[in-house]
Design a protein around this ligand. Sequence first.
Ligand code: MV4
Length: 450
Amino acid sequence: MFNKILIANRGEIALRIIRTCKEMGIKTVAVYSTADKESLHVRFADEAVCIGPPSSMESYLNIPKIMAAVEITNADAIHPGYGFHSENADFAEMCTEYGIKFIGPTPEMIRKMGDKITAKETMIKAGVPVIPGSDGLVESVEQGLEIAKEIGYPIILKATAGGGGKGMRIVWEAEEFENQWNQARQEAKASFSNDGIYIEKFIEEPRHIEFQVIGDQHGKVVHLSERDCSIQRRHQKLVEECPSPFMTDELRERMGDAAIKAGKSINYEGVGTIEFLVDKHRNFYFMEMNTRIQVEHPVTEEVIDHDLIKEQIKVAAGLPITGKNYMPTMHAIECRINAEDPFNNFRPSPGVLRSLHTAKGHGVRVDTHVYAGYTVPPYYDSMIAKLICKAQTREECITKMQRALDEFIIEGVKTTIPFHQALMKDENFRAGNFDTGFLNNFDYGQNEGK
Ligand code: MV4
């Protein structure tokens, strides 16, 4: 087992990882920017190293500084959390060269899944259903038009280096193809320095349902059921839940099998997520694989009653997985509480938390790094807490979530709590009747008087 883990991250996930390390008897090193000096991850880690000014580029993303912190503290492993370097294959490779274990999959696995065309080809070979589309990269407008005609409109253009919606363009008819093609290429080049584009049939009104998987270094891969992440705004998830209200036992069996096949096809090691799009007929298609621990992992932890960070550290240390596929026995929902104004286009609202009281009680979990008097800095992601509720049924879980949301007192910054309160009341949400387009037509009075 590791002796000392350096956490190359900040905020709630850094604290989340420190907690598990303490329970495992592993020493911890926090790294922090000057803006995070007063953050709880710095306070609770055994050691803390300042790695630079507020800007992420000069601190959390600055590899030489992180490596220097590893060197001076003598850590033997790095936990990247999510975001930052968590899916950076070059960083994982450098860790290996330094003799430091990167807690996550190998650089090869990260690279393979990071390139969307390669990921898709890998899944086709493994027998995992993928969205019908071009056979790899599309080379020209002419070739694209031909493929689109064959597949049938609408189609979607995607960047092979993309993910999360960047460089994505829907094309409804041949007349607009060239224009959208040029825009997708331009955006992909600007965002990823890679303008490789491929084509897929556009799936209308899909659900985003992802499977949590975990693989060990001995070839075993199991799935830990699904999360429904269809409640998104501009590719930012706001609410996640397990089980998906759209799931059936039969569908879980088939999607779970596909998720395991996906993991096994690359000998996956670590925790990972297989994202699927599911259409209204319950056809499912592989979309992407995330090779990191995700923000919404507590939803799975609550329904299967296991610590995923602990499992992640154990498999990174070479220990075998002992469990088998887990089925949800409870219902869990997570609401992301961001310091943003939901009545002003979710504009970030950094500042001092003049007062703070978080929800408590049975079945309520709050993962957060903030406290009364804390200053939410403007430099990073605006998520300040994750509220996770667990109950026997979805209905009870929503009721508990309403009670918990009402209990929060946050003064000093605007938060997304009013949005969640409105969502929990919505008939369609309560009926489990939603897809990834839900928030486009969700009215909670956000534009009143505008
Ligand atoms: C799609 C799609 C429909 N058809 N691909 C959005 C983010 C990126 N991971 C892929 N995305 C989509 N790909 C095909 N062929 C619809 C989306 C999509 C979406 C997916 C998941 C969650 C929210 C979404 C919101 C808009 C579009």
